[in-house]
Design a protein around this ligand. Structure first.
Ligand SMILES: Cc1ncc(COP(=O)(O)O)c(C=O)c1O
Length: 392
């Protein structure tokens, strides 16, 4: 789709994001890949209908969905990408593409909550066992892999609690036993962590977050390291009858054009805010992998090239009434789920932390912050005012 013969891998990320998934010569010079709203593809020859390896139905995705897949590969690498209607849909698609009846998946205990719900309900109903493991297990995963293990699911940093996993060690142990690995790589947006260079088979992106960046649509993607892995996920996508709306694919592609700039601003603002929080007496711990105080900071430094704008903070114990006053009085940080958009969000998330493999040490309330595009000084002032409500 990108201008024929153009190798984008030689370019830096900003340049790749500007070029990927565009071929003006194919579309009357249009700088953006057009949207085709179509169910039906009309074909001139009878043989086209059944006997040729060509696209025959709009659900397979038209030019704009193909352009997006190509752009995602230009960002994160791999042999191909398959879209899904949401980030959660991408997580479940990846899992369904590798599990087998009477098989089993090993799932990080810090996995995104709705993915955990899928494992505990639908996967179990299909006869697939699920065992949760300590996100910091590293190469020790080898001892957990059994004869019927189909896959190991990673998420790094983990949802809400931000443990960084030793991905290369886990991937190597799984590969040695012929077990597939899937990582939810949404936090890095595929920019700051390259799963395939660390031995992972499938990478999941919730494109709803940074790729879209404007909190106005849902989409997900599964990227595969190899053509075989891609074919497997793509086949599962078709078997399930999934599709990705062309208008939404266009929005994600548009979001990609500015993603590097947004990520840069959001990462640096988030780190500034994390440092501010670390200096506050009301705070017990800040869970941001780019802070030297984070227990996995060295792993993050080894494997990541940067951060994004989402992290968490553990407050010292405080009454619910004071916490409510702090949160409900905030002017800029709004309370809401999701993250990665232009608007700053904060959520109390103790109720979302589920642990069955290792205990989660609760010193006090856990808050997740998603830093948007506002000025960090304004956001810090908003939090400072919040702390004064916490104290009174
Ligand atoms: C780590 C992670 N993965 C997947 C998802 C699911 O994305 P979506 O909201 O598009 O279903 C989320 C959503 O918050 C998430 O935080």
């Amino acid at each position: 789709m990108s201008k024929a013969g153009r190798d984008l891998s030689k370019y830096r990320m900003e340049t790749r994001l500007a070029l990927a998934g565009r071929d003006p010569a194919r579309f009357d010079g249009a700088v953006n890949t057009p949207i085709h709203r179509t169910t039906t593809i009309v074909l001139p020859e009878v043989a086209d209908l059944y006997d040729r390896p060509i696209k025959t139905y709009g659900l397979e995705g038209m030019a704009v969905q193909e352009a997006l897949c190509e752009a995602l590969v230009a960002v994160e690498g791999g042999a191909g990408a398959v879209l899904a209607p949401s980030g959660l849909g991408a997580c479940t698609l990846a899992l369904l593409s590798v599990v087998e009846a009477a098989g089993e998946v090993l799932v990080t205990d810090s996995v995104y909550g709705p993915t955990r719900r899928f494992c505990d309900t639908l996967l179990k109903r299909l006869g697939v066992g699920v065992r949760y493991y300590d996100p910091r297990v590293g190469g020790g995963i080898a001892e957990l892999i059994g004869a019927n293990t189909n896959a190991v699911l990673l998420e790094s940093p983990g949802s809400l609690t931000f443990e960084v996993q030793d991905t290369p060690a886990i991937a190597a142990a799984a590969r040695a036993r012929g077990v597939a690995t899937i990582i939810d790589n949404t936090w890095s947006a595929g920019v700051h962590f390259k799963p395939f260079a660390h031995g992972i088979d499938l990478s999941v992106q919730a494109l709803t977050k940074y790729q879209l960046g404007h909190a106005d649509a849902f989409m997900g993607a599964v990227l595969a390291a190899t053509p075989e892995g891609y074919a497997r996920v793509r086949a599962c996508y078709k078997q399930l009858g999934l599709g990705a709306a062309p208008d939404d694919a266009f929005l994600v592609l548009r979001g990609l054009r500015t993603m590097a700039l947004r990520l840069q601003h959001q990462a640096s603002a988030a780190l500034e805010i994390a440092r501010f929080l670390e200096g506050r007496a009301e705070v017990a711990r800040v869970l941001h992998p780019a802070l030297p105080s984070h227990p996995d900071h060295k792993l993050w430094q080894r494997d990541f090239t940067g951060a994004s704008g989402v992290f968490a903070v553990v407050l010292k114990p405080v009454t619910q009434a004071r916490l409510t006053a702090m949160l409900e009085g905030l002017d800029l940080f709004a309370m809401g789920f999701s993250w990665g958009g232009y608007e700053s969000l904060i959520v109390p998330c103790d109720k979302g932390v589920v642990r069955t493999a290792i205990p989660w040490l609760k010193e006090g309330p856990l808050l997740r912050l998603s830093v948007g595009l506002e000025h960090p000084a304004d956001l810090i002032a908003d939090l400072k005012a919040g702390f004064s409500r916490l104290a009174n």
